[in-house]
Design a protein. Structure first.
Length: 224
């Protein structure tokens, strides 16, 4: 369930105060008490909202993971496109306030424990995409599901890093172009693809041949 606007604003204020202190004093040198005081909340309120210093750094990601889960659960005509749209929602969140996103990125880069947490967090997005594709397309090859999920996640992170490492805004269209290419590579773009001379395969099999054997033989030929 989404937070109320007032609760979201209060959490944002705490996150901003924490990031400012981490940037000025260092992550290890900053205490929860200092964060709470700077944000104007009690120590118990901080722990209730976040749990710890690491959690406040990744608070946006926790909210975004919930948002992605809720978005994918709505049901979509094209699951492949839905995964791309979910990725775009994450990018748009960070692109709205790139300075805060860059500050968080710099802090994470400086603290090994935060870098490890970031790796796990990125995988959680990928796993959500993978699991959603498997639920939405029952006959999907697991390798296609995990491969597409990994590709979308990697493309998103590549474009996002351009935003975080630079000084200019990176438009959403940069990510959309990359995701369009991913959809075309998998042959699932809603507007189709331009077929090359070797993109069309015609195969003839006896009607009595099991469908699984037909698929196996076609796949074996395509892999050669």
């Amino acid at each position: 369930m989404s937070e109320s606007p007032s609760a979201s604003t209060a959490r944002t204020a705490v996150v901003a105060a924490a990031l400012d202190l981490f940037a000025r004093q260092g992550f290890d040198a900053t205490s929860v008490e200092q964060i709470a005081q700077a944000a104007g909340v009690s120590r118990s309120t901080f722990f209730r909202q976040f749990g710890g210093k690491e959690d406040v750094v990744f608070a946006d990601h926790e909210a975004l993971l919930d948002d992605v889960r809720e978005y994918l659960a709505r049901g979509h005509a094209n699951p492949w496109v839905a995964v791309c749209e979910a990725s775009e929602r994450v990018f748009q969140h960070f692109a709205r306030d790139p300075e805060v996103a860059r500050l968080r990125y710099q802090i994470v880069r400086q603290v090994p424990a935060l870098r490890e947490r970031e790796i796990v967090t990125v995988f959680r997005y990928e796993r959500q995409f993978d699991e959603y594709l498997r639920r939405s397309i029952p006959d999907i090859d697991p390798l296609d599901a995990v491969g597409f999920a990994a590709l979308v996640t990697a493309l998103h992170n590549h474009v996002l890093r351009r935003l975080l490492r630079g000084t200019r805004r990176v438009p959403l269209t940069a990510l959309r172009r990359a995701l369009d290419d991913a959809l075309r590579r998998y042959g699932v773009h809603p507007h189709g693809t331009s077929a090359a001379s070797d993109d069309v395969v015609v195969a003839v099999f006896p009607r009595s041949m099991p469908a699984a054997e037909v698929a196996r033989r076609v796949r074996s030929q395509l892999d050669t």
